[in-house]
Ligand binder design. Structure first.
Ligand code: NAP
Length: 250
């Protein structure tokens, strides 16, 4: 049984999709959760859902691409609860769709700023707080596209490959200091990241790329994430865990 009682967690990108599912499950398992995303009212909406279900949560807006916003987010979590133990660096964007030779420069920089710099800035602020708390665990939200390519998504694919190296290195640095750090790699998941950008025919096409014959749910990603954050995963650090309906088994 996973029990996050007396643990404080930050989840970024938590107003939607996978992040919201993780925030809800962490709270259901006893954690105090800081729900963070770009828009304050969206953060507060998810936090209110959690408190309405007898959980403990606060909303706090932060742009992960801003180092100071990450520091302020950690300070907020410590001010509310006294310590930070868990973090899920989940905020991410898909970016433009174009081949490398035509990829818009601004779109490249934006994807890297959110998907890669944002995770670095997050961990850079979270790790010292977890050391102050006596230890902790971090999950960085990667993708199957951290291990395979996907045409017309070079920035996204490159950011998710780099995130795995960043995670491995941080895990090595903090392995003896009580902080475990892992990457979760989902395949295609039913969230606004997909549903806002693709029509039903495209979603059906994506489903067919998975040997299980469907795309995944945010809750299926959350289940793995919460396990990795828990003490049940005490010897698991520095690794990359797929939740992908056999997408990469082919
Ligand atoms: P989502 O539903 O779009 O949720 C992502 C959330 O992050 C949104 O609320 C978004 O806000 C927010 N966000 C965007 N930029 C941000 C920033 N700079 N700072 C803070 N928050 C920001 O997407 P999702 O599918 O749940 O994706 C969550 C993570 O899973 C991402 O890292 C994504 O790469 C990864 N992932 C998703 C899939 C998939 O198929 N869905 C597959 C593999 C991996 P706005 O809506 O206001 O932009």
């Amino acid at each position: 049984m996973i029990d996050f009682a007396d643990k404080t967690a930050i989840v970024t990108g938590a107003a939607s999709g996978i992040g919201a599912a993780v925030a809800r499950e962490l709270a259901a398992l006893g954690a105090r959760v800081v729900v963070s995303d770009l828009d304050q009212s969206a953060c507060e909406r998810v936090a209110a859902e959690i408190t309405g279900a007898a959980g403990t949560a606060w909303g706090h807006a932060a742009d992960v691409a801003d180092p100071q916003a990450n520091a302020d987010l950690v300070a907020f979590a410590e001010a509310q609860t006294g310590a930070l133990h868990l973090a899920v660096n989940n905020a991410g964007i898909g970016g433009a769709q174009a081949p490398v030779g035509e990829y818009p420069l601004e779109a490249w920089r934006k994807v890297m700023a959110v998907n890669l710099d944002g995770v670095f800035y997050g961990m850079r602020a979270q790790i010292p707080a977890m050391e102050r708390a006596g230890g902790g665990a971090i999950v960085n939200m990667g993708s199957i596209l951290g291990s395979v390519g996907f045409a017309n998504s070079s920035a996204y694919v490159a950011s998710k490959h780099a995130l795995i190296g960043l995670t491995r290195t941080a895990a090595m640095e903090y392995g003896t200091r009580g902080i475990r750090i892992n990457t979760v790699g989902p395949a295609f998941i039913q969230t606004p990241l997909l549903t806002d950008n693709l029509d039903q025919a495209m979603l059906d096409g994506l489903a067919g790329l998975h040997p299980v014959g469907r795309i995944g749910t945010p809750e299926e990603v959350s289940a793995l994430t919460c396990f990795l954050l828990s003490d049940r995963a005490s010897f698991i650090t520095g690794s990359y865990h797929l939740v992908d309906g056999a997408y990469t088994a082919q």
